[in-house]
Design a protein around this ligand. Structure first.
Ligand code: NAD
Ligand code: DEZ
Length: 380
């Protein structure tokens, strides 16, 4: 145990307070207060995406270990960290179940509103990692045709299951992005969807972005919507957050303030990875595999009862998913108050993922039972 380790942590990381105090000195700060000055004598940092960990922040400090309670790590200057021998870790997959829930809710609600039978549609998934793989499984489970694009995986796995981006664009009814933000290199994703990308649209498509705002060029996207190349637009991430483009917001069908990954389960997973990795790195003496003792309960009932009689399976899944997450609540809050983007994230209500809920089917049948289990719900 080393009492002298000093940690600076973002104060909006849930479940963290009180955990490391017996083993280290820890100070919680708003992300806007985490600067070079306050890090002077710090050994470690626990951050979210809002803290840019680069030379400006870290030069001349003692920081040896950075943990980010997120999957994304585009806010970490990995080259600089390597040069300075600063170890950094992220939390791969921590919130992939949460993004799946967001995605399922968004797609099923748009389909419901526009009378779209999803099993007749083709979905193109760009980026098939932790989140993209869950979306793939969901889409296949509900009978959709699926196209996958992931050049890094294609190179590594030399698999036939991937298609070229152009093919995906031309053959998908729905396109969804799950790539990391790569600012350069052969797998660059910065402005992956630009004028040239939208030029290839041969029919109006549903477009969903829960990855990073900078993956889509805002001006090109706005023009594509105005030219009716996009039939429905769902955005959780934006260029230049939290100062997002008001005109773009008004062109969306569903708009949310970067909360796709904000389930309480996802947050608990992210915090646990940070605590456990930090404990290991500094040999702090905390029990291995720490996990929050209690995750708060949501505002709805754990049990969901659905009568399947005379309902299509898309309708049944729509009802189930909507019980667990009401996406239009998040959408309305953002539309009513575009200037409180960051506050809406900070005060996000408790959301629990599918595996928290128990489903009781009335007039159920084998096929729907299997689908519900595959989606991660508990069947009573
Ligand atoms: N909105 C949210 O709250 C939220 C929550 C979780 C993740 N995210 C973001 O979603 C994205 C996906 O997250 P993840 O956990 O699945 O990440 P991941 O790293 O597990 O998967 C990313 C996948 O994209 C692939 N990829 C890389 N470059 C590509 C390219 N040029 N074209 C196509 N594929 C490419 C990788 O090979 C990998 O399989 C990330 O940007 C992450 O930051 C957002
Ligand atoms: O990268 C991630 O894990 C997600 O984008 C996550 O939702 C980011 O959350 P933040 O750190 O901005 O609170």
């Amino acid at each position: 145990m080393n009492k002298k380790i000093k940690i600076i942590a973002d104060d909006k990381i849930p479940f963290l307070k009180g955990v490391l105090e017996p083993f280290a000195s820890i100070q919680y700060l708003n992300y806007s207060q985490i600067n070079n000055e306050v890090l002077k004598d710090a050994d470690s940092l626990i951050v979210r995406t809002r803290t840019k960990c680069d030379r400006n922040l870290l030069d001349g400090t003692n920081v040896k270990f950075i943990a980010t309670a997120t999957i994304g790590f585009d806010h970490i200057d990995t080259k600089y960290c390597k040069e300075k021998n600063i170890k950094w870790i992220n939390a791969p997959g921590c919130n992939s179940g949460s993004v799946l829930q967001y995605f399922a809710s968004a797609l099923l609600n748009i389909a419901h509103k526009k009378n779209i039978l999803l099993k007749e549609k083709t979905i193109g998934i760009i980026g098939v990692g932790n989140v993209g793989s869950k979306i793939e499984k969901f889409a296949r489970t509900i009978g959709m045709n699926v196209l996958l694009n992931d050049p890094p995986r294609e190179r590594m796995e030399s698999s036939q299951k991937f298609v070229l981006l152009d093919y995906l664009i031309q053959n998908s009814d729905i396109i969804t992005f799950h790539v990391p933000l790569n600012k350069d290199g052969v797998d660059r994703t910065f402005h992956l969807a630009d004028e040239n990308f939208f030029k290839k649209f041969n029919s109006p498509k549903i477009l969903i972005n829960t990855s990073r705002g900078e993956v889509i060029k805002t001006e090109a996207l706005k023009n594509a919507v105005k030219q009716k190349k996009i039939s429905s637009l769902i955005l959780d991430v934006w260029e230049n957050e939290p100062q997002i483009d008001n005109e773009l917001l008004n062109l969306t069908d569903i708009a949310t303030p970067h909360i796709a990954g904000y389930s309480a389960d996802g947050k608990a997973n992210g915090t646990a990875v940070c605590v456990n990795q930090l404990n290991k790195f500094f040999n702090l003496g905390l029990n291995e595999n720490w996990y929050p003792e209690e995750i708060p309960l949501p505002n709805n009932s754990i049990q969901i009862v659905v009568d399947c009689k005379d309902k299509s399976f898309q309708q049944i899944i729509y009802e189930l998913v909507n019980h667990t997450y009401k996406i239009f609540g998040d959408d309305a809050r953002l539309r009513n108050s575009i200037d409180t983007f960051e506050q809406q994230r900070a005060n996000y209500p408790v959301r629990r993922e599918f595996n928290f809920y128990k489903v009781k089917l009335l007039n159920g049948y084998k096929e729907i039972e299997n689908i519900i289990k595959q989606l991660g719900f508990n069947l009573e």
